[in-house]
Design a protein around this ligand. Structure first.
Ligand SMILES: Cc1cc2nc3c(=O)[nH]c(=O)nc-3n(C[C@H](O)[C@H](O)[C@H](O)COP(=O)(O)OP(=O)(O)OC[C@H]3O[C@@H](n4cnc5c(N)ncnc54)[C@H](O)[C@@H]3O)c2cc1C
Length: 442
């Protein structure tokens, strides 16, 4: 079987890539190992898109606006920082919407199908080896897009990558969970009692309650970094809980990932006990499920023709081959690799106080070259495995940006097919023109 383009991984970046390429009339196959599209946004239970307030365009926006119009997502403007926007969505509606938009684009998809290897012909990938319910088989294509989050396809193709800080420490993963039966009115009233502290009420609450819960033996780790509960719908008392860092996890080996997953499930129960015991409104909360795909914040960052850096973001740097805008300034969201209080304070400083560096009407730019890996000529990368230093990856990994990277990669792949060129050699002006035509502001 031969396709024009194969997109590896059906998270938000992969869906946007497949849709962009499908809409250009290309023969596209989207391959996803799980039973649903959406990646960390659905099987990872992170059912709240975070994105730039100003620089969020294209297929991702279209998906969320359709959900909003159907009453299945809503824009929230109450985030205590001016550059971010939050869009909680209904997980089941998102899964159906992603199925729908991929089908409408003409792209084909295979769920329950895992990429397990590649065949190379010189510096090009010629085929992918897949494993599905019928066993192993091969599919061929001219251009490939790695949107596996972990950079699996690039890894199989022999690309170099970076992992974590200079000691290999990565941002800790989290086992997110859904709680039902929360009395949000009482929770919000309780939060108000923490308004007088040095930080936002939720952070003040955590700083007050977590050490006590450790003393009482309810929590086993004194982890002050705790994003907390996010309500999914204004009508239902359901929230997604983002709490509990699995420090020291090694998520690139089967043993490490298994250990982290088991530890995460145990931790999720500890946090349920914590909320039930100390936080009014949670007495009758019920944990309906934990995520089926462990919340990995950071694994492989594939080395591309250009490694986007935090310095570029801080300086609002512009590039001639820009494919998207994102929020500039010296703000980052790199979760610590240990529960050490100093590490948390350093995180908090970069996530909050540094916001003074945010300019209202300016933006940073992501160059196309950060989606083009160093070695393999017919491969593009999109999503959280992009070519970036870890500090800027901490910001670019949010779903709003993953959608936009995916759209750029899918569009570039289509242009490569039409022009008979390899992705590194395409006319970037034509790519920018097509993206603008498709609603992306560059
Ligand atoms: C705990 C946590 C909280 C977060 N909170 C938010 C938030 O509130 N808002 C926000 O916008 N972002 C948040 N993020 C970040 C965001 O969810 C992710 O970075 C983003 O969804 C990544 O999208 P992606 O498409 O790059 O990869 P992923 O979502 O990881 O998707 C990759 C897909 O590829 C598939 N895949 C992998 N390997 C293979 C293979 N070999 N064969 C076939 N398929 C494969 C996977 O099954 C998966 O579906 C959070 C992340 C975490 C971990």
């Amino acid at each position: 079987m031969k396709y024009d383009i194969i997109v590896a991984g059906g998270g938000m970046s992969g869906v946007a890539a497949a849709v962009a390429a499908g809409r250009q009339g290309k023969r596209v196959l989207l391959v996803e190992q799980s039973g649903m599209l959406g990646g960390l946004g659905t099987s990872g239970l992170m059912t709240m898109v975070m994105t730039s307030r100003k620089w969020f365009y294209g297929i991702g926006r279209e998906i969320l606006e359709t959900l909003r119009d159907r009453g299945e997502a809503r824009w929230i403007d109450d985030y205590p920082v001016k550059d971010y926007e939050r869009i909680p969505f209904d997980a089941e509606s998102m899964k159906r919407r992603l199925d729908e938009i991929v089908a409408e684009s003409g792209a084909e998809m295979l769920l329950y199908t895992k990429i397990i290897g590649v065949k190379k012909d010189g510096a090009c990938i010629s085929a992918l080896q897949l494993n599905g319910p019928t066993g192993n088989f091969w599919v061929e294509a001219d251009v490939f897009i790695d949107s596996t989050g972990d950079g699996m396809l690039s890894f199989y193709a022999g690309e170099d990558f970076d992992l974590g800080d200079e000691n290999g420490n990565t941002q800790a993963p989290t086992m997110t969970a859904y709680y039902a039966g929360i009395d949000f009115d009482r929770y919000e009233a309780f939060l108000k009692t923490f308004e007088d502290g040095p930080a936002i009420p939720k952070v003040n609450m955590i700083r007050a309650l977590v050490p006590k819960a450790v003393e009482d033996g309810v929590l086993s780790v004194c982890d002050l970094h705790h994003p907390g509960i996010f309500r999914i719908s204004p009508c239902f008392n359901v929230g997604v809980m983002n709490a509990g860092h699995i420090y020291g996890a090694d998520c690139l080996t089967p043993e490490g990932l298994t250990r982290a997953t088991v530890a995460g499930r145990k931790m999720a129960k500890e946090y349920l006990d914590f909320y039930r015991r100390y936080v009014p409104g949670f007495e009758k909360a019920y944990m309906t499920n934990t995520c089926s795909y462990l919340g990995l914040r950071e694994t492989r960052r594939i080395r591309g023709k250009y490694m986007t850096t935090f310095a570029d973001k801080a300086a609002y740097r512009k590039f001639p081959d820009a494919i998207m805008r994102f929020d500039g300034g010296a703000v980052s969201d790199v979760h610590a690799s240990s529960a050490d209080k100093k590490a948390y304070e350093a995180y908090y400083q970069l996530f909050t106080a540094a916001r003074a560096t945010v300019r209202e009407d300016d933006w940073a730019e992501l160059p196309y070259r950060s989606l083009v890996p160093m070695k393999t000529k017919n491969l593009l990368i999109a999503g959280r495995c992009l070519s970036a230093d870890r500090q800027v990856q901490g910001q670019l990994r949010i779903m709003g940006y993953c959608f936009m990277m995916g759209q750029a990669a899918g569009t570039a792949a289509g242009i490569a097919i039409d022009s008979g060129k390899m992705p590194p050699d395409i006319d970037v002006g034509a790519l920018q023109q097509q993206l603008r035509k498709d609603g992306v502001e560059i």
